[in-house]
Design a protein around this ligand. Structure first.
Ligand SMILES: *[C@@H]1O[C@H](CO)[C@@H](O)[C@H](O)[C@H]1NC(C)=O
Ligand SMILES: *[C@@H]1O[C@H](CO)[C@@H](O)[C@H](O)[C@H]1NC(C)=O
Length: 929
């Protein structure tokens, strides 16, 4: 199948050529072709911005409607949506909901189409729109959403759903996480990281950054579990945590905004008094009551010996396990277990009396230095005793008197979740929905785990000079969670910024005070400068909206207005705003709304006025083909985490030396080094500046004005032999290995004899990377890439592409080439490689990155191994590692990772070639490219 971008294609043909004649279509005929689908997620300090870009072609010779549908996390706000059709850009505009609605109603009254966001599952909501595209034309959809990742049970989770609705030749997910305190662990899970697809997941880690790429081949997209002719359907879930060296928390400042992340773990747990109030009304019948029993049994088992607990079950009547709170001794827990096993469903729902009984139980058993927690589990509305919701809330609020939190768990969709949310918020806690599903018991336990270890109570955070703070006082802080406060700093002249936290730990007052230098906390990369402001806005809007249920009258109106103004300013689609997308067809608009959180249900429609479902009036002569036919539920099952296979080894030009040696010594010896020598050796300016402190006595003119913090620490220098430095990720280690190969050389990079694939590279003579890379596949496909162009021959015809093009694709049997500016994406059979054309400080070179290779086999060539394993030998001098049971010398080095266009600096353990490759360089050279 051949697809070319007619606008951007600069094709040079050799000989008698007919690309279309060479194509051997294997896919089934489709009228719509998604020729690229990218998901790009950037996380800066927990704030995630994700951009989904889908480019679609109408292959019919008549106009047709093309639909774009994706699932985004419920917690996120959409902040941008655009369509590009025939060179024209149509941007969505966020407006006040009522205004948008008016515009929308006008369109609807004329019978025109409407896009909408609706909730689909536990964690995702659906965004859907469509546009009519002219014959043989294209449309690009681009959707951006933002969210602050929340720490739960010791980790953050970034969820990316991929369901492009058909196999896509150019499908990729790129994730970049930047965390200043450093990333302590990172794991890739989800059903896209299972089975055969797992080999398409590559992870690269540096101290403060991590990159995850997912580049499955088209073929793989049809063969995975859950995939079929409709292509991928699943989630990629990236979980991670950051280092917490400073118990006072982490402060970041940028452009007048700050954020403080506070999550100390150096405090002892506080014994708790916990009362479970369990609904056993008739509606809990069957699986729900079984799951509740099972969850309670596990929870009882997890109670700590110094905890006290109570159990109350209720329908119209209230039953107690014991009238008093009792200590969680083994005997008491066992006794409670038999009570739990006998819980049966019956009768009505008397929430009022049950909660009041729980409050009373805690009030009658005060214990100093403990944390009291009330947990209500219910699946329905109050139907017995006091049934007036307002009265119940008033009773409960008065009884609790802000002394401890009441968490409400709403089981299923029959509950009045608004009521539970409000009652929780009024009592310093939150409500959580337990979804009726096979894992409801695990959801219940998961909730309990989050509140199982209280560390601090009565937490107050304050910031001298901080204004417009988000919520800054909290009743309880639990181990594994995190307190986040953001605000503005109005006085820019101050040099330091002070944070102060006062709290109670096991009955004692504690204080955390920290002073950070403004400049230290402002180490934010320029491209991320406004993320902090957006983070502040995001958190402020979320909290203002949450508080709405608690407020009345003018205060409520004021806060609502504030949330609205912020939503408009930052173009967030929130419950108060809608995004209006004006389409090329005159007067046609789509409106995207934020669905009401928790109000949705597959069985019960959301209570908000629903937009008329998608469907448009017929325009004569328009075909209404819908290529999207499925509405499969996203796979949201928590899968056991499979460690993602790390990325392939790679190289960067450096200068050879023996591990364990010192480049400082070398530089001191070479006290006079002519500038030309450096450029001959391939030092780029970065390298020279990095060593400026060592080179003052030399003749080198140093561009000292260059910023230092972006520089790699060192580039090793020893003999005068230039080398390529390759990176090799290591299983379970945050630092990869690296090793050097002398240049120039013709190297065997990757060879898979099973699929008749090979890739060789000819390194440059004088500087980084490769000047030429040649790939061969089967007997007839040859691809030769140099710094000017890309030449492809399929046995009959030649095609040549020039670098720096707009998106251009060429597909033939088993081969796909996708070129976009300085990135060439190559798929040959089940191997996917990206060749990057780097232009760094006047040097131009090629770099190959293996994104996908057959699983569980080590291929031949320098990039054939996708990972290594090693152990650090503690205290060894010089430092050494244990690799394959051998002790080898190693040095910590910084190297640029040219597998990524940004070429970030990665710290690695430099070891000898032989130590990792189990052979000599000569075993990896070729004579013929
Ligand atoms: C992803 O998005 C970021 C921020 O917009 C951008 O800098 C980066 O180049 C993008 N990466 C890819 C692979 O498109
Ligand atoms: C808090 O959790 C961490 C792991 O997430 C654990 O190492 C630590 O012991 C816990 N603290 C307490 C007091 O349980």
């Amino acid at each position: 199948m051949v697809m070319m971008d007619r606008v951007a294609f600069r094709l040079i043909l050799f000989g008698a050529f007919l690309i279309s004649a060479t194509s051997a279509p294997v896919e089934k005929k489709q009228n719509v072709d998604i020729y690229s689908f990218y998901i790009n997620s950037t996380v800066s300090s927990r704030y995630a911005t994700t951009i989904i870009t889908s480019r679609v072609a109408n292959k019919l010779s008549e106009p047709q409607e093309i639909q774009f549908e994706v699932k985004i996390p419920k917690n996120a706000f959409i902040s941008k949506f655009r369509m590009i059709i025939e060179g024209k850009t149509y941007d969505g505009v966020v407006k006040k909901k009522e205004e948008a609605q008016q515009q929308y109603n006008k369109a609807v009254s004329r019978g025109e189409s409407a896009g909408l966001i609706k909730s689909v599952g536990r964690t995702l909501e659906d965004f859907k729109t469509s546009v009519t595209v002219a014959a043989n034309s294209k449309v690009t959809f681009e959707l951006t959403y933002e969210e602050l990742l929340k720490r739960r049970l010791g980790k953050y989770e970034l969820l990316i759903n991929a369901q492009p609705m058909q196999p896509v030749a150019d499908f990729k997910i790129d994730v970049h996480i930047q965390e200043n305190p450093g990333i302590s662990f990172l794991e890739v899970k989800g059903d896209l990281n299972t089975g055969d697809l797992a080999s398409a997941v590559k992870t690269t880690r540096a101290d403060k950054d991590a990159w995850v790429t997912f580049y499955p081949t088209r073929d793989q997209q049809t063969k995975c579990t859950n995939c079929a002719e409709n292509g991928l359907n699943g989630d990629l879930i990236i979980t991670y945590d950051v280092n917490r060296g400073n118990p006072k928390g982490e402060v970041q400042i940028s452009n007048g905004y700050f954020v403080h992340y506070f999550a100390p773990s150096d405090v002892p747990r506080i014994p708790k008094n916990v009362v479970f109030i369990i609904d056993r009304s008739g509606s809990m019948h069957g699986r729900k009551i079984r799951q509740t029993r099972s969850a309670l049994l596990t929870i009882l088992n997890d109670l700590d010996e110094d905890d006290h607990f109570g159990l109350i079950t209720f329908d119209a009547e209230i039953d107690f396990w014991k009238r008093e709170l009792l200590q969680a001794t083994k005997a008491n827990r066992e006794n409670a277990e038999s009570f739990v096993k006998r819980i049966q469903d019956r009768g009505a729902t008397n929430i009022n009396d049950a909660v009041l009984a729980g409050v009373d139980m805690i009030n009658r058993n005060p214990r100093k230095g403990t944390a009291s927690i009330l947990i209500l589990l219910t699946d329905g509305d109050p139907t017995a005793g006091e049934t007036n919701i307002e009265k119940i809330m008033a009773n409960v609020k008065e009884a609790i008197g802000s002394k401890f939190p009441l968490y409400c768990l709403g089981f299923g969709y029959d509950v009045n979740f608004d009521f539970l949310t409000k009652m929780s918020l009024e009592n310093n806690a939150v409500a959580r929905r337990i979804y009726e599903d096979s894992d409801a018991d695990i959801q219940l336990q998961g909730f309990y785990d989050e509140v199982a270890v209280p560390l601090l109570t009565d937490i107050q955070l304050s910031y001298a000079g901080g204004k417009h703070l988000t919520k800054s006082s909290f009743g309880l802080y639990f181990n594994g969670s995190e307190i986040v406060v953001s605000g503005q700093i109005t006085d820019n002249s101050v040099e330091t910024f002070t944070t102060e936290v006062i709290a109670v730990s096991k009955g004692n007052n504690v204080m955390y005070q920290d002073t950070v230098m403004m400049k230290d906390a402002s180490d934010v990369k320029p491209e991320n400068e406004d993320f902090m402001q957006r983070l502040w806005a995001y958190l402020t809007v979320k909290q203002l909206l949450e508080r709405q249920v608690l407020l009345k009258g003018k205060e409520q109106e004021d806060e609502k207005e504030e949330a609205l103004q912020l939503s408009l300013k930052y173009q967030f689609v929130t419950p108060l705003t809608s995004m209006v997308v004006t389409k090329p067809q005159e007067g046609e608009v789509d409106v995207a709304d934020k669905p009401k959180e928790g109000g949705e249900s597959p069985r019960y429609p959301a209570s908000q006025p629903r937009l008329v479902p998608y469907g448009r009036s017929g325009t004569p002569g328009f075909s209404h083909h819908h290529y999207i036919t499925t509405s499969r539920q996203p796979g949201l099952h928590a899968l056991p985490g499979l460690p993602g296979p790390p990325g392939p080894p790679d190289a960067s030009i450096n200068y050879a030396r023996h591990p364990g040696g010192s480049h400082r010594a070398f530089l001191q010896e070479a006290s006079v080094v002519p500038k030309d020598t450096f450029s001959f050796l391939g030092f780029d300016q970065h390298d020279v500046v990095a060593h400026s402190d060592l080179l003052l006595s030399s003749a080198v003119i140093l561009p000292t004005h260059m910023p230092r913090r972006t520089l790699p620490k060192a580039t090793s220098v020893a003999g005068l032999v230039p080398v390529s430095r390759f990176l090799l990720p290591a299983v379970g280690q945050s630092k990869p290995l690296c090793f050097d190969v002398p240049v120039p050389n013709k190297l065997k990079l990757l060879e898979d004899s099973a699929s008749e694939f090979s890739m060789n590279g000819e390194s440059t003579h004088r500087h980084n990377g490769f000047r030429r890379i040649a790939l061969h596949y089967k007997s007839n496909h040859d691809l030769v890439i140099d710094k000017r162009s890309i030449k492809y021959n399929d046995g009959q015809n030649n095609v040549e592409f020039l670098w720096d093009q707009e998106l251009t694709q060429h597909n033939a049997e088993g081969v796909s080439l996708i070129l976009q500016s300085n990135e060439l994406d190559i798929t040959m059979g089940n191997i996917r490689i990206v060749v990057l054309l780097h232009k760094i400080n006047g040097q131009v070179f090629l770099w190959p990155a293996v994104r996908q290779q057959p699983k569980d086999v080590v291929l031949a060539g320098i990039l054939g191994k996708s990972d290594a394993s090693y152990d650090e030998i503690q205290g060894s001098q010089p430092p050494s590692l244990k690799i394959n049971n051998q002790e080898v010398k190693a040095d910590l080095e910084d190297v640029k990772d040219y597998r990524l266009l940004s070429a970030p600096v990665i710290r690695c353990w430099l070891v000898s070639f032989q130590a990792v490759m189990k052979g000599d360089v000569s075993d990896f050279t070729v004579t013929k490219m």
